[in-house]
Ligand binder design. Structure first.
Ligand code: PEP
Ligand code: MN
Length: 337
């Protein structure tokens, strides 16, 4: 439920409402817009005497929220959220590009890639230290050693860093080295891990599950925010369909749908969505045109020899060309890049 206050309602009226909510044993969340303040109520509504709120001064209307996700709901927070991560930000005014290898392979490789993607306009370095691979015999990542290289790459380039975590142990390690943790598609509904990243307070990039609906995804975000961590960014990375020409099917409609349902920033990963290098640039442009706040793109110094996801990784030259082309798309979308 949300309580919409009358335009320019005085502070005392807001405090009164918050007080009524909290003394009834529920939680109140304020979203202060330019004109109107909205107070969101979380908890068991049966504890609340609605008539106390209806007659309170400066209340315009009380609107029930039927969706199970509340804190991530756009009705709770009508303005889009901007999230600061290290030296970078993700939000409605800019196009944020995260780029880097699928897996961190060595310190030299990571720093080489970091310098190149930074020059091309990326503000985030991505790289996997804990790789959730389909086959147990595939390269599983350098683990904590990889995280150390991420920290080094950040020190050398100033890029913000993001790394996937797959367990409580990897989360404990990652918070010491990187600016943001990624929950990958395979763990989107690992509810215990979602709670743990929520408790850690570190910004979270939450990828869409392989076969998850948008509502399931927003409920996953709710698990994190309900623990007090509202620094959540959603990443559409393709879903499973009957189509086999691409690794997954990029659900481009997820971008405008999410924009209407949530205030959280939304980025798109055309690399895992397509699995094919040649399809990455057109899908990236499409994502920006659809309203995405950013992109996550795999880039490798030598894709033919990559230990993971080489076929979908762009070369330095291809990434350079793409970021040059993206400038026009960003400008058309009213975003700086
Ligand atoms: C990744 O970003 O390296 C990754 C494994 O992605 P996803 O979870 O989307 O498959
Ligand atoms: Mn990958």
């Amino acid at each position: 439920m949300i309580i919409v206050m009358k335009p320019k309602a005085p502070k005392e009226s807001l405090e009164h409402i918050v007080n009524v909510i909290r003394t009834s044993g529920l939680d109140a969340h304020l979203s202060e817009g330019k004109e109107v303040t909205i107070i969101g109520v979380v908890g068991d509504k049966s504890l609340l005497k609605l008539s106390n709120l209806e007659i309170a001064p400066d209340v315009d209307k009380i609107v029930p929220i039927t969706e199970s996700y509340k804190l991530s709901n756009r009705k709770f927070h009508p303005d889009p959220t901007s999230i600061q991560v290290g030296s970078a930000s993700i939000g409605p005014d800019s196009l944020t590009v995260m780029a880097g290898p699928c897996a961190i392979e060595s310190e030299e490789q990571l720093i080489l890639i970091a310098k190149s993607v930074k020059k091309a306009g990326a503000t985030f370095l991505r790289g996997g230290a804990y790789k959730p691979r389909t086959s147990p015999y595939s390269f599983q990542g350098l683990e904590e050693e990889g995280l150390r290289y991420m920290k080094k790459a950040k020190e050398e380039t100033g890029l913000a860093t993001v790394c996937e975590v797959i367990s409580a142990e990897s989360l404990d390690a990652a918070v010491k080295y990187v600016d943001m943790v990624q929950i990958g598609a395979r763990n989107m509904q690992n509810f215990q891990l979602l709670r743990q990243v929520g408790q850690s307070g570190i910004p979270v990039l939450l990828k869409r599950g392989l076969s998850s609906t948008i509502d399931e995804w927003l409920n996953a975000a709710e698990y994190i925010i309900a623990e007090g961590n509202s620094n959540v960014v959603l990443c559409e990375r393709g879903i499973r369909t009957y189509e086999t020409a691409t690794r997954n099917t990029l659900d481009i409609s997820a971008v405008p749908v999410l924009k209407s349902k949530t205030h959280l920033p939304v980025i798109v990963d055309p690399s895992h969505a397509s699995g094919v290098r040649a399809y990455v640039p057109p899908l990236a442009k499409c994502a920006v045109a659809a309203g995405a706040d950013g992109l996550m793109i795999e880039v490798h110094n030598n894709p033919a020899c990559a230990l993971s996801d080489g076929p979908q990784s762009l070369t330095f030259a291809q990434f350079d060309e793409l970021t040059r082309e993206l400038k026009a798309y960003a400008a058309l979308s009213g975003r700086s890049f």
